[in-house]
Design a protein around this ligand. Structure first.
Ligand code: P6P
Length: 342
């Protein structure tokens, strides 16, 4: 494998092609998916950057399948991805946070052997106040027979993913992805419209610096979760105090912790007994990335990538980031209730 450093000018297209060369059996279909997602990301970045000027801020009158008011940029980003991906002949179906059911490939286009699941613009409630938002995507191989993708193709455990990534629309636009060969980050150079390799082989520090959690739910947490948070805050003397950093935008919080070390936690609570975040297109892709970077992700009792999905939009509690902090959560939350806090 060619060893790149952040100083050589390597476009994402060149990097994808060079990575593909490491797999003689590769047909180039997965490379094509990643390339097309990079194109969609540039188009979304363009809309996000000019949202304040082009009167596409604010909410539509529609709600998505989650019952969340759809922001106009949500809908626009969803349409950009669907139209960029539906005709390439590499996908047999898609699924999006913004659409209730599976998105089929139109009959006039060829179907491929992969399924794409995505959250087109996560954290969109932050758009109007200029807080970073992100796109998250997950790719799995089709396992059913027949031309078109089916629900069964989507409901595979996260360990079956063949690629996963996100785009963060922040102070710069970055695309971070893995195909199981490490995690690599590319920063968009708007002057040439290219994603350039800026963060080769990202590794997350084993010990976290930051704690990302919404403390306002403390009264709704179980005793076990409260014990975990006490430890993260250094109140039990057996773990150093982490600095709290919570943007309220998953991709922004995850990206900071991936680069600097930290734990993002969205526990189950009495209001959201299965957590808030979605398994297939939020927790699973980020879990694949973080494990490839040397971190971990659990739902409080098991590895996220081992969860067997049962519904397209199912939610999951999520503890994701530096290995030591995720293992602490799993250790405490796997104890019988009566032992928690012992
Ligand atoms: P809360 C944004 O709406 C989102 O889905 C994630 O991006 C973010 O991490 C989470 O919800 C924030 O949720 O309940 O803390 O506002």
């Amino acid at each position: 494998m060619v060893k790149h450093t952040a100083t050589s000018v390597v476009t994402i297209e060149r990097f994808i092609i060079e990575e593909e060369r490491n797999h003689p059996e590769a047909t180039g279909e997965l490379s094509g998916i990643l390339y097309d997602l990079g194109l969609a990301a540039k188009m979304i970045a363009n809309k996000v950057r000019s949202a304040g000027l082009a009167d596409i801020l604010g909410a539509t009158e529609n709600e998505n399948v989650q019952g969340e008011v759809q922001q106009r940029l949500d809908v626009l980003s969803n349409d950009i991805i669907v139209k960029a991906m539906d005709h390439g002949g590499r996908l047999c179906a898609m699924a999006s946070e913004e659409e209730p059911g599976i998105i089929q490939i139109p009959d006039q286009f060829r179907c491929g052997k992969y399924c794409l699941m995505f959250d087109p613009l996560d954290g969109s409630s932050n758009i109007d106040v200029n807080v970073p938002v992100g796109t998250i995507f997950s790719v799995v191989r089709k396992i059913t027979r027949g031309r078109h993708g089916e629900l069964e193709d989507m409901l595979q455990p996260g360990r079956r993913q063949v690629a996963a990534g996100y785009v963060i629309y922040g102070s710069s636009t970055m695309m971070v992805y893995t195909t199981g060969q490490g995690v690599h980050g590319f920063t968009l150079d708007p002057s040439i419209g290219e994603f350039l390799l800026s963060h080769p082989n990202i590794r997350i520090p084993e010990n976290g610096r930051y704690l990302s959690v919404n403390d306002s739910y403390e009264q709704l947490w179980s005793d076990g979760v409260r014990t975990v948070m006490r430890k993260y805050k250094g109140l039990d003397g057996d773990h150093k105090a982490l600095s709290t950093r919570y943007v309220g935008s998953l991709v922004a919080d995850f990206h900071r912790n991936l680069l600097g070390g930290g734990i993002f936690a969205y526990p189950a609570n009495q209001k959201n007994p299965r957590g808030k975040l979605r398994l297939l297109y939020e927790a699973n892709p980020l879990a694949f990335i973080v494990e490839q970077a040397g971190g971990a992700a659990c739902d409080g009792t098991q590895r996220v990538l081992d969860v067997q999905p049962t519904e397209l939009h199912q939610r999951t509690p999520l503890y994701i980031g530096s290995k030591n902090e995720v293992e602490l959560a799993q250790r405490v939350l796997s104890q019988p209730a009566e032992l928690v806090g012992a």
